[in-house]
Design a protein around this ligand. Structure first.
Ligand code: ASP
Length: 338
């Protein structure tokens, strides 16, 4: 019987971390296991897919950056062009929601691209990496996973990249989609979806534009009680290409911060998001200084339902392609909605 080919690209993370190197003194772990090693540790994998494994990096996920993720994207694209039915990327969980989101912004193929990792290292009792990798490969090999963009497979659940978030620092069930929930499950080896494919079209790059060239500076600033705007003003002085502000509630800030946002928005795109972890930014709820209505009047753009870290990646990608403020607002008006 023919089985589908699935390419596995490994970037590092806990799923690949052991303490068997000279660089660790005690029980602490660092990435050491290759993509081939990860695949070899999964019982029954060969019956699910013809796996082609390749080590793309050996990094903890806080050391990943946009260019590394975009190189993984190009590798995944080449793997599908070479005949893979789907692709799996393994990486650390700390930045997994961001990598998945960045990949999803540009993944323009119907084939599934699935990201996974582990909360427990391979040598720990109850290591979850092999189970997560098996689920991810099943998901990548499954025809019903097509046309869904980038997915995250974790703890037998399947999430859309644009909604998933790491919501616990240690639990094996660390990934949730707080707004709309997971879209699928893997049960008894079967990949099941509760919703039909429904995908926001990926970003289209203007001719000749290469993302990552120019490396825009787009920081994320979280506001706080009594914020006087000095951190944002310092960033403006240092030079930025755009900023995302994680505001209170539906995207609110103090009066002083509102003024700093207005001054910055006159120079570069400023996007405000909600720091709550769930729910959208408002559009017409409140009229006080620092409310969403006030911020919009000062030229800032609401992130809608996009979480601050994902709004930052979208603004980074748009800035990297030289989008104008009006284009940024148009894209957020579409991608900020479910
Ligand atoms: N704690 C992380 C993980 O689960 C480490 C990392 O993100 O690389 O993989």
């Amino acid at each position: 019987m023919d089985i589908p080919t699935v390419a596995i690209g490994a970037l590092g993370g806990t799923i690949a971390s052991t303490s068997s190197t000279a660089s660790t003194a005690g029980g602490e772990v660092v990435p050491t296991v290759t993509a081939e090693g990860l695949a070899a540790a999964v019982p029954g994998l060969a019956a699910v897919a013809d796996v082609r494994a390749e080590t793309l990096a050996m990094l903890p996920s806080p050391a990943l950056d946009e260019p590394t993720v975009l190189r993984a994207l190009a590798w995944a694209d080449a793997a599908v062009a070479d005949g893979a039915a789907g692709v799996v990327i393994t990486q650390g969980t700390d930045t997994l929601e961001e990598s998945a989101c960045l990949l999803d912004l540009f993944w323009d193929r119907p084939e599934p691209l699935v990201v996974t990792g582990a909360m427990r290292s391979p040598d720990a009792p109850g290591a979850d990496g092999p189970a997560n990798l098996l689920t991810a490969v099943r998901c990548a090999a499954e025809p019903r996973s097509r046309d869904r963009g980038v997915l995250v497979a974790f703890d037998d659940e399947i999430h859309e990249a644009r909604w998933v978030a790491k919501t616990d620092s240690v639990s094996t069930g660390a990934f949730r989609s707080p707004v709309f929930g997971p879209i699928g499950r893997c049960v008894e080896g079967e990949v099941l979806y509760g919703v039909a494919p429904q995908r926001v079209p990926p970003l289209v790059l203007p001719d000749g534009v290469v993302v990552g060239v120019g490396d825009p500076r787009v920081p994320l600033v979280t506001t706080y009680l009594g914020d006087d705007g000095h951190a944002l003003r310092a960033l403006q002085q240092a030079g930025v290409d755009g900023v995302v502000v994680a505001g209170f509630g539906a995207g609110h800030v103090s009066p002083a911060m509102a003024e700093a946002i207005g001054d910055l928005a006159a120079a570069v795109p400023v996007v405000f998001a909600s720091r709550t972890g769930s729910g959208p930014t408002g559009r017409a709820m409140y009229g006080y200084p620092g409310s969403e209505v006030d911020l919009i009047a000062r030229g800032a753009i609401g992130a809608g339902w996009q979480a601050p870290v994902k709004a930052r990646l979208l603004l980074w990608a748009l800035t990297a392609t030289g989008a104008t403020r009006a284009q940024v607002a148009d894209v957020f008006a579409v991608r900020g909605r479910p």
